[in-house]
Design a protein around this ligand. Structure first.
Ligand code: ARG
Length: 609
C-alpha cells in the first residue's frame, strides 16, 4: 500500500556503535587539514576552513586557509612569498589517507580536493549494510537538549504562528533525536494569566442563563466546546462592560488565591484547550510534553527574591526591573500590584531546566517578535548566575510570519485568524482529489482507506514542507496551489520522486541488502559519482541544520538529492543494464536517505504513485 512500511530496509541500528559512526566527509577532511596546518605552520594556530566546492569542475571539496595564513605570516622570518606557496606547503603536509585522490591549486591559493572513488563507494556500501545510524552528526549523543516549542495559549487561538513553531520545533527535535541526544520536547502552554478571570466569569454567566432557561445545572463540557468563541465573547464584554470587567478582575484574584471553584473552572478550560491542541498534534504526528506556565507558579516568588538579593533587579517607577546593557527598556519581573509576568515565568523555567533537568542546550522556537524578550531573559539569567559560560547553552530560534496570498497577514476572508484544523482539512482533501484523479487516469481501482492515508501523508507533508523549506526568519506566503504543485520544490513532488525510486527497486525483484554486502558500487559514470558524493554529504546537511538551527538545510539537501538522482537516471540505465546491480544500490541508497530526510521533516513517505 502507499504509505505502508518499506518492503525491506537496512538493519535498524538505533545508536551508531563506535565502529559504524563515521562522521562527515567534510569533518574528516577538516581533521586531515588540521594536522597538515599544524605540521606545515606550527607557529600559527589556524582552524581548517573546508567546504564543498560550488563547482564540481574544480573538485569536490576545497580548503581555503592559505590566503589568511599568508597574511598572518607576513613579516615573520622565512615568510612565504605568495599564498600559493602556503597552499603547496599545506598539501605537502597532508597525512596519508584513503579519502583524497588528488589535490590541485586554484586562484590565489585554494586547495581543491578530489575524493577517492573507492572511498565514496565503500562509504555508501557501508551505509546500506550498517544502516544510517552511523551517519548521524557526532558530538550530540547523550546531550540533554530541551526544545520549547509549539506553546499555544489556552483559550486563545492556536494560530499559524504556533503551527510554524510546532513544525520547526518538531524537526529540530527529530534531528537531535537522530543524533542520539536526550531530547525533552516541552510545550510551554500559556495556561495562566489574567484572561482566565473573564473566561471563568463568562462561563458562570452562561451557566446561570442556562439554568434560568430551565436547563440542567452542571459543569457542561459544551461550555467550552468552542474556545475561540468563548474567548471572543468574554473579551468583548471585558472591553465593553465595566461591571463585568470588575468581576473578571476579582475572579483573577480568587484564582490566584487558590480558590477551589475557580481552580476547577480553570482546569476545565485547560482541558478543553488541550483536547483541541492534541487533535492537531496527533494529525501532525508531533509529540510534546505539556509543561505550561502554571507549572512554574510556585517558583516565581523565589526567583524574584533571588533577583533582588543579587542586586540584579531594582525597583523603578513602582515595578521591579532588570536593566540590561544594550537594551533601551528594562525587563520587568514584577508589576506594582505584585503580579508576575511572562518573563518571570521564563526566568523560573530557565532555572528549572538548568538545575533540575540538567539541560546542555535549551532551544526556544517562537516568532522573531520575541527576540528581544529572549535576549533579555537570557541576559538576566546570566547576571543572576543561573546561566554560566561553561554551562547550558541557550538559543532562540526565531521565525517570520505566514502571509496570505495577498501578502498580508494570513487570515480568513472574515478577517479571523485561520483555524489550523480547517487548514489541514483542505490540504488533505485537495490531495485526496489529486490521488483519485491519477489513479483513475491510470485505470487503477481505488482503495479508499489507502487514499485517505496517502492524502494525509501528502497534505500534512505539503504544509510542513512549505514551511520548513523557507529560511525560518523570512516571511512566506501560504499557498495551497504552490505547496501542492506536482513539480518543483514541494513535498508532493518529492514524495512522488521517492515512490518512483522505490518502484524501480521493487521491479528488480532483488534483495538489495544482500547485494550490498558483496557488490561494489561502481562510480565510473560521472552522474553515478555525482549522486554518490551528494549522498555522502547528508551528514553535512544535518551539521549545517544544527549549526544554524535551520531545517531548510535539510529540505535544500533533499531537493538537490532528487535533482541529482533525476540527472543520474536520465543518463544511466538501471534495469536491464550491465551495471544493474550496482545502480540498484545507488537507487536504494537514494531512497534510504530520502526517507531519512522525510522522517526528520516529520513527513510520511509514499511507496506507490
Ligand atoms: N505562549 C507563547 C506565545 O504564544 C509562546 C511561549 C514560548 N515559550 C516560552 N518559554 N516563552 O507567544
Amino acid at each position: 500500500s502507499t504509505s505502508a512500511a518499506p518492503p525491506s530496509g537496512p538493519p535498524t541500528v538505533t545508536m551508531a556503535s563506535e565502529k559504524t559512526a563515521c562522521g562527515s566527509v567534510r569533518g574528516e577532511l577538516s581533521d586531515l587539514f588540521r594536522t597538515a596546518l599544524t605540521l606545515s605552520f606550527p607557529s600559527v594556530a589556524a582552524d581548517p576552513v573546508v567546504a564543498a566546492c560550488n563547482n564540481a569542475k574544480n573538485g569536490d571539496y576545497q580548503c581555503n586557509n592559505a590566503m589568511a595564513l599568508f597574511g598572518k605570516l607576513k613579516g615573520t622570518p622565512n615568510a612565504p612569498k605568495a599564498p600559493r606557496d602556503v597552499a603547496t606547503a599545506i598539501v605537502g603536509a597532508l597525512p596519508t589517507n584513503d579519502l583524497v585522490a588528488e589535490t590541485s591549486l586554484a586562484g590565489p591559493g585554494f586547495i581543491n580536493v578530489r575524493l577517492s572513488r573507492d572511498f565514496v563507494s565503500k562509504r555508501l556500501s557501508g551505509m546500506l549494510v550498517n544502516g544510517l545510524a552511523g551517519w548521524a552528526p557526532t558530538g550530540y549523543a547523550g546531550k540533554k537538549v530541551i526544545i520549547d516549542f509549539s506553546s499555544p495559549n489556552v483559550a486563545k487561538e492556536m494560530h499559524v504562528g504556533h503551527l510554524r513553531s510546532t513544525i520547526i520545533g518538531d524537526t529540530l527535535c527529530r534531528i537531535f533525536e537522530y543524533c542520539g541526544s536526550d531530547v525533552l520536547r516541552l510545550n510551554h502552554v500559556g495556561d495562566w494569566g489574567t484572561q482566565f478571570g473573564m473566561l471563568i466569569e463568562h462561563m458562570a454567566d452562561a451557566r446561570q442563563a442556562r439554568v434560568a432557561a430551565g436547563g440542567e445545572d452542571k459543569d457542561m463540557d459544551e461550555d467550552v466546546s468552542d474556545l475561540q468563541e468563548l474567548y471572543r465573547a468574554a473579551k468583548k464584554r471585558f472591553d465593553e462592560e465595566e461591571e463585568f470587567k470588575a468581576r473578571a478582575r476579582e475572579a483573577v484574584t480568587r484564582l490566584q488565591g487558590g480558590d477551589a471553584g475557580s481552580l476547577a473552572a480553570w482546569e476545565r478550560i485547560c482541558a478543553a484547550s488541550r483536547r483541541e491542541f492534541e487533535a492537531i498534534y496527533s494529525r501532525l504526528g508531533v509529540k510534546l510534553q505539556e509543561r505550561g506556565e502554571s507549572f512554574y507558579n510556585p517558583m516565581l516568588k523565589g526567583v524574584v527574591e533571588e533577583l533582588k538579593e543579587r542586586g540584579v533587579a531594582t525597583m523603578d517607577q513602582g515595578a521591579l526591573c532588570v536593566f540590561l546593557d544594550g537594551h533601551s527598556v528594562p525587563l520587568i519581573v514584577q508589576k506594582g500590584d505584585g503580579g508576575f509576568l511572562y518573563a518571570t515565568t521564563d526566568l523560573a523555567a530557565i532555572k528549572h531546566r538548568v538545575n533540575e533537568e540538567k539541560a546542555d542546550w535549551i532551544i526556544y522556537v517562537t516568532d522573531v517578535g520575541q527576540s528581544q524578550h529572549f535576549d533579555q531573559v537570557f541576559a538576566t539569567a546570566k547576571k543572576a548566575g543561573w546561566l554560566v559560560d561553561e554551562g547550558a547553552k541557550v538559543s532562540h530560534v526565531g521565525f517570520g510570519l505566514v502571509l496570505g496570498e495577498d501578502g498580508k497577514r494570513f487570515r480568513t476572508r472574515s478577517g479571523d485568524l485561520v483555524r489550523l484544523a480547517e487548514l489541514l482539512d483542505e490540504a488533505k482533501n485537495r490531495c485526496a482529489a489529486t490521488i483519485r484523479e491519477r489513479r483513475a487516469e491510470a485505470g487503477e481501482e481505488v482503495d479508499e482507506a489507502e487514499v485517505e492515508d496517502a492524502a494525509c501523508a501528502m497534505g500534512y507533508g505539503a504544509v510542513k514542507y512549505a514551511d520548513l523549506k523557507n529560511h525560518r526568519t523570512t516571511n512566506y506566503k501560504f499557498s495551497f496551489d504552490e505547496m501542492l504543485n506536482l513539480k518543483g520544490n514541494t513535498a508532493v513532488y518529492l514524495l512522488y520522486a521517492h515512490a518512483r525510486i522505490a518502484g524501480i527497486v521493487r521491479k528488480a525483484e532483488k534483495d538489495v541488502y544482500a547485494l550490498a554486502a558483496d557488490t561494489p558500487i561502481s562510480l565510473d559514470h560521472p552522474k553515478e559519482l555525482e549522486l554518490a558524493i551528494h549522498l555522502c554529504k547528508f551528514p553535512e546537511a544535518l551539521e549545517d541544520a544544527i549549526e544554524e538551527l535551520g531545517p531548510n538545510r535539510v529540505t535544500d539537501y533533499l531537493y538537490d538529492l532528487s535533482e541529482k538522482f533525476n540527472s543520474f537516471y536520465v543518463d544511466c540505465k538501471v534495469l536491464g543494464s550491465e551495471q544493474e546491480a550496482s545502480r540498484l544500490l545507488l537507487c536504494e541508497a537514494t531512497a534510504v536517505v530520502m526517507r531519512k530526510c522525510f522522517e526528520l521533516l516529520g513527513i510520511k513517505p509514499l511507496y506507490r504513485i
